[in-house]
Ligand binder design. Structure first.
Ligand code: SF4
Length: 487
């Protein structure tokens, strides 16, 4: 029996055989959601070993069986007669879910859904004109989503739909600019970031400008939204920050964009002069990201600033006239439980920003944290429904509503990331990128360009994360991007 009461496999690996292999990845991700710590091997990896989980798809049915766990063998099957491919996939995942739930005793809040965009299903059904009760029934019976998450999903889908209906985004595009530098690298970082101390900002901005000019030549002058992220763009010394914002201004129409955001990110990179430059260049929305309001945690995760610095940077931004401030937090940081998260939320509510984004820590993706995972496991990495519910209730009581949501692989507690905001302060860029409603053209190391066609087809291109490789490859990047964006 596993430490959480689940039935463990008798061997150290979980083998899955699925024949034919069509839905191999779907099966893998669902098993992983139940057994996040186990190594999982599928079909070609098995080298003749007997599978613990066997899935057989035939024309009329799907059969799932599991043996080799500390239990009696389990079996489930379902009819697939006359069903199309997505429906067959649903039946397969339902059978597998029932087997795994019976083995582990676990109920997953998001049921059979393992993808990063769970809101696409209710959102899509809303667009097709289904009624709320019909959508809720589908989420419950087809995907086994818990009632609480159905409520959350419906609220977010409704909010996204309302926001997009007034956004006139269909024929437009958005621009992302990446600045891959930070004062220090956080323990949990999953972004393409480098320490700023020995950075060649001049060289980077020159390369960025070449790519930006090329993109500006391909698109109309006015994007729907602009997002400057990274990294931490405010790590740029003032002359470079000024240069970056002027460069964007001379290539794109920043006056008429619907939303212009800059990640000020780390409070230790913000001062009055930088805020004035940002304001002068027309940026209306900034993010100041505490992640936690507990000093012990900030020290542990490699932030080189204090809790007071966060409040000071925030007050400074207010003094300089910023009326749309977002603050990011993370649940599941080492050593933090419900009391620490409650404290962070109380402190943020006291500051009263327009939006708060609540992330769940994605341990496997966080390279440095993953490296020391055993050490931090002893401290406890906790995220559960009780914490998420507490956060939801606290933020709702201030008038904020959840307006966008996504999941990542390997998130603590199998939870989600949720953006909350006061009415009218929802981040449009966040919704556009999450629902993949619009082409996002990006420039900078590690940035991802996404071409969205009218028929819903999507193609991506990611720039090299390494700054040197990016700068050396700009001509090649331009060629490839031209092909993608012109097609
Ligand atoms: S501030 Fe963000 S991008 Fe920079 S190191 Fe920390 S997590 Fe990574």
């Amino acid at each position: 029996m596993g430490s959480n009461g689940t039935l463990t496999p008798m061997s150290d690996k979980i083998n899955i055989r699925i024949s034919p292999k069509d839905f191999e990845y779907d099966a893998y991700t669902l098993v992983k959601a139940f057994y996040p710590e186990s190594e999982i091997e599928t079909n070609d990896d098995l080298y003749g070993n007997e599978p613990l989980i066997n899935i057989v798809l035939s024309d009329a049915k799907v059969e799932v069986s599991a043996s080799g766990f500390e239990s009696e063998p389990r079996e489930e099957n379902g009819s697939t007669e006359g069903l199309d491919r997505p429906e067959v996939k649903n039946v397969l995942k339902q059978c597998l879910y029932r087997v795994l739930s019976s083995l582990t005793g676990l109920i997953l809040p998001w049921g059979t859904l393992t993808g990063i965009r769970p809101i696409r299903i209710p959102f899509g059904l809303m667009e097709e004109g289904f009624s709320r009760p019909d959508i809720e029934e589908r989420l419950r019976n087809t995907y086994y989503i818990s009632d609480k998450k159905i409520g959350l999903a419906m609220e977010v889908a409704g909010s996204e739909s309302e926001l997009l209906s007034g956004a006139d985004y269909e024929d437009g595009y958005s621009l992302y600019v990446g600045i891959p530098y930070c004062p220090s690298i956080c323990l949990y970082c999953t972004f393409p970031s480098n320490t700023a101390d020995r950075a060649d900002f001049d060289g980077y901005l020159s390369g960025l400008e070449r790519e930006m000019k090329f993109l500006a030549g391909m698109y109309s002058k006015t994007p729907s939204t602009i997002y400057i992220g990274g990294g931490t763009p405010t790590v740029l010394p003032i002359q470079y920050l000024e240069r970056l914002l002027s460069m964007i201004e001379s290539n794109f129409d920043t006056a008429d964009v619907r939303e212009y955001t800059l990640e000020a990110g780390r409070p230790d990179t913000i001062d009055r002069e930088k805020l004035r430059i940002i304001k002068r260049h027309g940026i209306g929305r900034i993010s100041i990201n505490p992640q936690s309001m507990n000093q012990k945690t900030l020290d542990l995760i490699g932030r080189q600033h204090t809790v007071d610095d966060i409040a000071l940077a925030y007050d400074l931004a207010r003094e300089e006239g910023f009326v749309n401030i977002n603050m990011d937090t993370i649940i599941g940081l080492p050593g933090e439980g419900i009391d620490e998260v409650r404290h962070t939320m109380d402190e943020l509510i006291r500051l009263d920003p327009e939006s708060i984004t609540v992330h769940s820590l994605a341990v496997k993706r966080a390279a440095r944290l993953n490296l020391f995972k055993e050490q931090y496991r002893e401290m406890g990495i906790v995220n559960n429904e009780e914490i998420m519910d507490m956060v939801y209730e606290k933020l709702e009581s201030t008038g904020m509503k959840p307006y966008y949501l996504y999941r990542q692989k390997n998130m603590a507690g199998n939870m989600e990331n949720v953006g909350y905001s006061k009415p009218g302060y929802e981040g449009l860029y966040n919704v556009l990128i999450m629902e993949e409603k619009q082409t996002i053209i990006s420039c900078g190391a590690g940035s991802s360009t996404k071409r969205v066609w009218g028929d819903g087809r999507i193609e991506r291109m990611i720039n090299p994360k390494d700054v040197k490789t990016y700068l050396e490859g700009i001509e090649d990047i331009k060629k490839k991007k031209k092909k993608l964006l012109e097609a």
